[in-house]
Design a protein around this ligand. Structure first.
Ligand code: ADP
Ligand code: MG
Length: 276
């Protein structure tokens, strides 16, 4: 673990970063006056890196992830995805070119109940004019990658919560984005299912080389999954610490019994002031 209290210094354009966040902050307009959700923040994510944003409820994690997803406009600062600007300083709308590189998974799987598993997975390809045969072929491939090859013709209500979230992950990957953005994707699952999903996600990440930015308020999930944990503090949200996690990959669940794992969790817990 490093003792860095700030992220790496932002480099100039053409840095080769997967995501560059420069001076990005957010103030929401609200009836009772403006709410500062995130102070201006710098962060770079390297291609293929697994970065976890960790912090207590209300510290601006979702706000930051939704800005990366082009769903919320920054109040200040700029965001690049690879070499493309998603938001230049002052832009009120995201650039659609940059959005093509992104896949999203949220806490709720948001599946269409009347569609079978494979047709939920393939949904994003329908607006892209991909033939039915190719959509099915790609959906089957991704269903296999998330362990759902035997459930292609099931409907969402026939699946457990963990399986529904597997469908959401496959759907997020179907247009072959290089970056996966995940907002508390396993927050609604029981502890054992969550462990299984963490293992699955690590395996997918190792196999595909995607860049992942995942939000969680679970310290142990953050340390288990991350190459780097970015710790946010609340009111207003700001980066409080960046912690490198150096356990070898693939990690198995027993790594949580390692003394070093416990130390990382303790360090983060202290800084969060006992919140998890
Ligand atoms: P987190 O995901 O870490 O729980 P959020 O990004 O959802 O935090 O919220 C950060 C802060 O911004 C909170 O104080 C929240 O109430 C406020 N906030 C979030 N969305 C809005 C909005 N659309 N309008 C006004 N305030 C908001
Ligand atoms: Mg949130």
């Amino acid at each position: 673990m490093s003792d860095a209290t700030t992220g790496p210094a932002p480099r100039q354009g053409g840095s080769g970063a997967a995501i560059s966040i420069r001076g990005v902050g957010k103030e929401y307009a609200a009836a009772a006056g403006p709410v500062r959700a995130l102070t201006p923040t710098d962060l770079e994510v390297k291609p293929g890196e697994f970065v976890v944003l960790l912090g207590p409820s209300g510290c601006g994690k979702t706000t930051l992830l939704r800005m990366l997803a082009g769903l919320v406009t920054p109040t200040e600062g700029s965001i690049s995805i690879g070499e493309r600007k998603l938001f230049a300083e002052g832009d009120s709308k995201p650039s659609h070119d940059a959005l093509d590189s992104l896949g999203f998974v949220f806490q709720a799987p948001n599946l269409l109940p009347w569609r079978k598993v494979w047709r939920n997975i393939a949904l994003p390809l329908e607006t892209k004019g991909v033939s039915r045969a190719e959509r099915k072929e790609r959906a089957v491939e991704l269903a296999r990658a998330v362990g759902l090859e035997d459930f292609l013709d099931h409907y969402p209500k026939q699946l457990s919560g963990g399986m529904q979230q597997r469908v959401a992950i496959a759907r997020a990957l179907i247009h072959e984005p290089s970056i996966l953005l995940m907002d508390e994707p396993f927050g609604a699952l029981d502890a054992m299912t969550r462990d299984q999903m963490n293992l699955l996600l690590q395996e997918l990440w190792l196999e595909t080389g995607k860049t992942i930015v995942l939000v969680t308020h679970s310290i142990s999930e953050a340390v288990f999954l991350a190459d780097r944990v970015v710790l946010l503090s609340s009111r207003p949200g700001r980066v409080k610490d960046v912690v490198d996690v150096e356990f070898a990959r693939p990690r198995d669940l027993l790594v949580q019994n390692d003394a070093g794992f416990g130390e990382s969790v303790e360090r983060l817990r202290e800084q969060l002031g006992g919140h998890e």
